[in-house]
Ligand binder design. Sequence first.
Ligand code: MN
Length: 241
Amino acid sequence: MMNRRNAIKIAGLAAAAVAANSFAAETTAADPKTASTPYPLPDLPYPYEALEPHIDAETMRIHHDFHHQAYATNLRNAVAKHAELAGKPAVELVKHWEHMPEDIRLAVRNSGGGYVNHNLFWQFLSPKSAGEPKGDLAAAIDKQFSNFNGFKEQFSKAALGVFGSGWVWLTMDANKQLRLESTPNQDCPLTMGRVPLLGIDVWEHAYYLKYRNRRADYVKAFFNVIHWEFAAQSFETGVVK
Ligand code: MN
């Protein structure tokens, strides 16, 4: 299985390599995972069942293979209508969706946001969670939220408070100031100039098969599979991968 980080790197390189005049052909490529396809669906960095029993394999399969794939396909089809956008990394499009051509603005906001958010979401999770953050990120969380339990409480409360579909994020700004932020639909903190360190998808497709209407149980389970090393690395580098 392709390493997650390499998959994202390849996604960026592939997008950059696609010439405007080959764009139409690329959008009809049979295999969406080929490196020559812009905005490819990245492999999960672990097997579908790896997060059991906290997040079940069937949810992961549908979430990744169908929902994430749909965001990727819809973003690709939208961008294919504007040759001048060929090769732009997805994160750049999403950061600046308000300045996109009007006919694809909503598609970049929603499908581009969905594509980028899910690229991150799989990396936010790990079957080998450390349980709690360590190092500089842990210190910053303690400073901002009193202690880890304070963070957990506030994050969980925010996740339960999202009305309809959306996300709750732990973000930082250019000054490494941490924030808890909620976004509706597939809006992404990158658009607000933030670096997403961690985020929970609270769309029903993320939990309904296993948890039905019990979002609180899903949020509780989510804390067992957080990839704190990834969050710490993002906190350290400020780079969104
Ligand atoms: Mn989702």
